[in-house]
Design a protein around this ligand. Structure first.
Ligand code: S3P
Length: 442
């Protein structure tokens, strides 16, 4: 079946990338800003919100459950919340589009409210496993009916008061952690998440920032115990969303790979639970300079100056995977141009993202002439040593924004053009991607 709305696009060998860009707001923080503001009584203000389709799906859902959410002409968002416990029954199904974060976090919120919500999504989202959130939320008392295999469409009938839970995460997932903590907001007593492998901690930081009683205790082996006291009262906040390191990643790698490039990316979030890619690229020999490190909205940020570099392959330590989980597709492109072999392991989670990112990247990279071996939990890539890839193929993007952007960057360093069957999904997380790229090519 061909998609009437598909937007094919080709990318070819680029002139040096030069200039300064500001990337849009962090997707994870944007979702949480809307959700927590919608649960605070009073007016919250958010600037720098990512206005991608995923975040707009969260905004629409929070409106459907009672919050007032408006965007002012100057780009500031104003949210009047309903208070924890105050979500109202949505009248129609909540359309989550492509967004796993919206789905899983909102399932957590609904689970401890006396409402019922149906979640639907696109073909990519409807293929993704929701059992990982259904299990703990059902233990808290929610009644969840899913499609076969624990998938969307599904219906969550919340329970209020819900039953507090101490839950040990079976997978390293910030979405599962956040779903349980958000359910805990409206649950009497202490809800606890035990996290053996640390994942992005935006929920913890922001819940505390909104006034929730949340504590984190770390064992000597690094296991984190996160406890939230319900029923919480959240206070409205003024939030400045830092730039998304996962979006910056495409321009960091593009500047490293395209000969002669010198690009400065401003206001990039550098939360240690997100910044793994920068460490790995530096280990590979990437010239990435941190300028003016500072704090924005309670998160560390800096400007990054990135210059073309000859990269060398590395063995990527699987322990860094959670801190760069969304950056592997673009790291694979960097590895395909590096000197020598890059080996990645421990990446099973990549198979259940917006697409199976191990298989889709292996297929696409091979199609444009890279030397790639797919394993169960990663890729082994023998790079060109800086020479362009052959290119000359059309890549299936599988409704996955990060696959599309990764192959766009690969096209900039390929002999023959790289085409993508449908670039439209890029708008889920990075609507200005093509415009920013064109600006750097002037
Ligand atoms: C996210 C967590 C990660 C990440 C996703 C955003 C979040 O997913 O891949 O893009 O905002 O909590 P998992 O929790 O499934 O690893």
């Amino acid at each position: 079946m061909t998609d009437q709305n598909a937007r094919p696009r080709s990318f070819s060998a680029s002139v040096p990338l030069k200039g300064r860009i500001a990337i849009p707001g962090d997707k994870s923080i944007s979702h949480r800003s809307l959700m927590l503001s919608a649960l605070a009584v009073g007016e919250s203000r958010v600037t720098g919100l990512l206005e991608g389709h995923d975040v707009l799906a969260t905004a629409a859902a929070m409106r459907a459950m009672g919050a007032t959410i408006e965007r002012r002409a100057d780009g500031e968002w104003r949210i009047h919340g309903v208070g924890v416990g105050g979500l109202i029954q949505p009248q129609g199904a909540l359309d989550m589009g492509n967004s796993g974060t919206s789905t899983r976090l909102l399932m957590g919120l609904v689970a401890s409210h006396p409402i019922t919500a149906t979640f639907i999504g696109d073909a990519s989202l409807s293929g993704r496993p929701m059992g990982r959130v259904i299990d703990p939320l059902a233990q808290m008392g929610a009644d969840i009916t899913s499609s076969p295999g624990g998938r969307l469409p599904l219906m969550v009938r919340g329970l209020a008061p819900a039953i507090p839970l101490a839950y040990r995460l079976p997978v390293a997932s910030a979405q599962v952690k956040s779903a349980v903590l958000l359910a805990g907001l409206n649950t009497p007593g202490i809800t606890q998440v035990i996290e053996p492998v640390p994942t992005r901690d935006h929920s913890e930081r922001m819940l505390r920032g909104f006034g929730a009683d949340l504590t984190v205790e770390t064992d000597t082996d690094g296991t984190r115990h996160i406890r939230i006291v319900g029923e919480a009262e959240l206070k409205p906040q003024t939030i400045v969303v830092p730039g998304d390191p996962s979006s910056a990643a495409f321009f960091i790698v593009a500047a490293l790979l395209v000969p002669g490039s010198d690009v400065t990316i401003t206001n990039v979030g550098l939360n240690p639970t997100r910044a793994g890619l920068i460490d790995v690229l530096r280990q590979m020999g990437g010239n990435i300079e941190l300028i003016d490190p500072r704090e924005v909205g309670g998160e560390p940020v800096a400007d990054l100056r990135v210059r073309h570099s000859m990269l060398t392959g590395v063995d990527v330590d699987p322990a860094v995977a959670p801190s760069m989980i969304d950056e592997f597709p673009i790291l694979f492109v960097a590895a395909a141009l590096a000197k020598g072999r890059t080996t990645t392991t421990g990446l099973e989670e990549l198979r259940v993202k917006e697409s199976d990112r191990i298989a889709v990247m292996a297929t696409g990279l091979k199609a444009i002439g890279a030397r790639v071996t797919e394993t169960e939990d990663g890729l082994i890539i023998d790079g060109t040593g800086g020479d362009p890839l052959p290119g000359g193929a059309t890549i299936a993007g599988h409704l996955d924004h990060r696959i599309c952007m990764s192959f766009a960057v690969a096209g900039l360093v390929s002999g023959a053009q790289v085409s993508i069957d449908d670039i439209a999904p890029v708008a889920t997380s990075f609507p200005s991607f093509e415009a920013l790229l064109a600006g750097l090519q002037q």
